[in-house]
Design a protein around this ligand. Structure first.
Ligand SMILES: Cc1cc2nc3c(=O)[nH]c(=O)nc-3n(C[C@H](O)[C@H](O)[C@H](O)COP(=O)(O)O)c2cc1C
Length: 365
């Protein structure tokens, strides 16, 4: 029976337990994308309080692909030093640490760059209908190079690997989804739609070596669960070590789901991936996990390899410790607009409730 405290092999490295921190943007890097002290302390705190793997938030590989002007970056060498500080602050706690590397595509912020996509499609951007521009092959190759270069910088900063942002309607997800109507080698069947991401994975593997973890945060429902499993197969063939499953372009509410299960539709995508890839590649699930009992249920019943936590460990990093060792934690109350989100900068009620000094500094971010 798998328990949260059991180690797991990810690629060629060992993760000390099954509780991982999901990427969550803060958008307080400034327009230069540089790491500030806030980031260093924020991630070190989650590492110190038990997570076995910490994923640093969506980090832009190129400034024109940012999803917000103050997004963290790894698009130039000057940004490496700040990331090294995050890694060094987390290392004493024996965690694996990966940045999530990201390019906006249909999620690009209008103040950062053009709205681009594999194909020219109409897209609703913050309530406004806009036409996305189709990327040329030269642009595709340049963006792929930006991903590989960002991974090389991540390696130089000391990270254990990278996570590719391949869900939530950003560019790697756009390629794998129904918005891709290309007729060249980057469009058509599942393998072709996965080709953009697969080439990036191959490029990173070649540049960063076998012991560098390559995770993909993949959409499990684009355009169907079966096709997403096929996309996952392509990424694994290309060298992906870890599939961290979330949702993407398709409306998750259209996915049939047994409401009596103690996990939601998005987490169910991870369960489906785990059943498919069991014994070959570790899989994580995410979304709506708020109690230690839920985490234990998912692991003890062999429904996933690791459990990824976002709001739960934002609200209280001690959530990971409560899962691993028992004890108190302040439970995330699932605000409709998370207080950690940049668009809704109210203070997380859990931060207020915890109240002691270690947590309170985060309210001054
Ligand atoms: C404030 C905030 C920032 C987020 N930033 C990212 C991100 O950078 N990359 C990403 O893939 N998902 C991001 N997400 C989604 C989370 O990683 C996660 O999938 C989602 O919150 C559901 O998990 P939870 O119920 O444990 O919070 C973000 C979510 C929140 C609330």
């Amino acid at each position: 029976m798998t328990t949260p405290d059991m180690p797991i092999r990810i690629g060629q490295k060992e993760c000390k337990n099954r509780v991982t921190m999901a990427p969550t943007v803060k958008f307080n890097a400034g327009t230069d994308g540089m790491v500030t002290d806030f980031f260093v302390q924020h991630y070190a705190m989650r590492a110190r309080h038990g997570c076995g793997l910490v994923c640093v938030e969506a980090t832009a590989v190129s400034p024109e692909g940012r999803l917000f002007p103050s997004q963290l970056g790894l698009w130039n060498d000057a940004q490496i030093e700040g990331h090294r500080k995050i890694v060094e602050a987390c290392r004493p706690y024996d965690v694996l640490i990966l940045p999530q590397i990201h390019y906006g595509g249909l999620g690009t912020h209008p103040d950062c760059g053009r709205l681009t996509s594999p194909s020219a499609v109409k897209w609703n951007v913050r309530g406004e209908e806009r036409m996305a521009e189709e990327l040329s092959k030269e642009e595709i190759h340049r963006i792929q190079r930006c991903f590989v270069d960002a991974a090389v910088r991540a390696k130089e900063a000391g990270y254990d690997g990278v996570q590719l942002h391949g869900c939530h309607s950003y560019l790697i997800n756009d390629f794998a989804s129904r918005v891709n109507q290309r007729t060249d080698e980057y469009g058509g069947n599942t393998e072709n739609r996965a080709w953009f991401g697969s080439e990036i994975i191959r490029g990173i593997r070649e540049a960063c070596g076998e012991d560098f973890i390559i995770s993909v945060r993949i959409s499990g429902y684009d355009p169907t669960v079966e096709e997403s499993l096929g996309t996952g197969e392509c990424y694994v063939r290309a060298g992906c070590d870890y599939l961290q499953v979330s949702n993407g372009i398709e409306d998750i509410r259209t996915l049939p789901h047994d409401e009596s299960l103690p996990y939601n539709r998005v987490a169910a995508l991870g369960v489906a991936f785990h059943a498919h890839f069991r014994g070959r590649v570790p899989v994580s699930l995410v979304n709506g996990i708020r109690t230690p009992a839920q985490v234990r249920y998912l692991l003890e019943n062999d429904l996933t390899d690791t459990v990824d936590l976002a709001c739960g460990v934002l609200a209280d990093p001690a959530f990971a410790e409560a899962i691993l060792y028992g004890g108190d934690y302040v439970k995330c109350v699932s605000c409709p607009h998370c207080g950690w989100g940049p668009m809704h900068p109210h203070i997380c009620p859990a931060l207020k409730k915890r109240g002691n000094e270690e947590w309170v500094w985060e309210t001054h971010r």
